[in-house]
Design a protein around this ligand. Sequence first.
Ligand code: BES
Ligand code: ZN
Ligand code: ZN
Length: 489
Amino acid sequence: MLRIQTSHPAVAKTDILVLAAYEDKSAYNDPQLQELVDRAGDWPEFSGKSGDELIFYDLQGVKAKRVLILGLGKADKADRETMRKAAGKAVNRAVKASLTSMLICLPEPGRQVDTGADSAEPMMEGAVLANYRFDLYKKEKRHKPLKTIWFYSDFLSEDGARSISEKTWAICQGTLMARDWVNMPPNEKRPAGFARSIAKAAGKEPLEVIILDAGDLKKNRMRALLSVASGSSSRPQMVVLDYRPESWEKTIALVGKGVTFDSGGINLKSASGLEGMKLDMAGAAAVSAALVSAARTGFNQRLIGVIPLVENMPSGTAYRPGDIIKTASGKTVEIGNTDAEGRMILADALDYAVRQYSPDVVIDVATLTGACIVALGEKIAGVFSRDSQLSDLIVKSGQKTHERCWAMPLAEDYRELLKSDFADIKNAGKNRWAGAIAAALFLSEFVGETRWAHIDIAGPAYASKAGDYCTAGGTGFGVRLLMDAIEKL
Ligand code: BES
Ligand code: ZN
Ligand code: ZN
């Protein structure tokens, strides 16, 4: 829980009081707080550098038993990410020490940012996101999250701080919800179960939930989606979330890849390739959670979430390389590789989103290609769009939220990578060159003239090791990014 502290931090009953220090500027107007920070500077091991930490126990004049001072570095270098990481470090330390409450005194913003909110919001994000553990399947819960995180500000009004905390909380809960879904084992999130879980979360908000089952998908001629699902004993589903505020000017559709386990199908992945393929629904998780968060924060445009859910498995009923499948759009696809399944389900889902809702903008989010990880690594997503204004906007949101995105080319002449001798298009070409671009070009066939962007999150959806505010595993990447981007559309 996030709370705003109104009485002075020195008299607060909390397990740990956290203060921040710049190397070259005071962080607090309040002389009593700044005096505590200055005391840390008396110790040679603390100079306020980013990453520096010093802890005092039983300080006179402070009710909290522990006072932790965090370095933020030089004020003109300290950006939002510095704030997130500092708050995350503090929370991790407290969680490891089995503490239950913390009070963070928000430092005045550094010179990189212009408003107080720019220090409050990322500090709150870092704290909430770090206060997460996925231990549902462990008997012994080693590290329990903090029960309450309090914030105190000597530069924001109480109402201002409270409204920032409420919005940040709602958005970060979306990120944590997406992490939970990604971390869930694949035997526990098969399409029908995952659809129910999304419906349950969405049902608590002003969202209309429509679940299309295999019969509905057949009626809609979504043979691309159905063919991917055909190898699995779990039947496919498509969840549609519809958020309608009282009035709106724009309709934005978000589409998320939901492959609850990607074995590769008949083109079975290698042992190392199979590992971790429960992450292949991270796009679906991000889109579902973003809709829930947007509804909770009272977003002012119409928002549609289209979430196709399938399991990609090899079996006697599975689709094969060489199959030709007629998609809902009418275009035929020759299967070059059954492991290129994400673009198949997205073909039908994008077509559905565009035709049913005529959105002004459609953005899809997908763990689509290993090639995108080769290009940009584990921390950066690829953005593909014919509309550079739209990709710029997404890249900017990525800079702000630190869910980083890099614009990749949608080179028209690369379409030849997808040429088929027998069908309109092939789902995977002969070679692996430009794999991420080829996949994006494939998707572009199914959005018509609609303003569209594709975000390949194959790298950043999952962290192989823990960071300052994210445990190893699902990262919830995309929720904060989408929330920021849709506000700017
Ligand atoms: N789900 C994978 C992409 C992926 C790989 C995500 C690693 C996260 C980590 C996708 O369905 C896939 O298998 N893509 C193939 C496409 C190829 C067969 C054209 C790939 O990237 O190798
Ligand atoms: Zn695949
Ligand atoms: Zn996949």
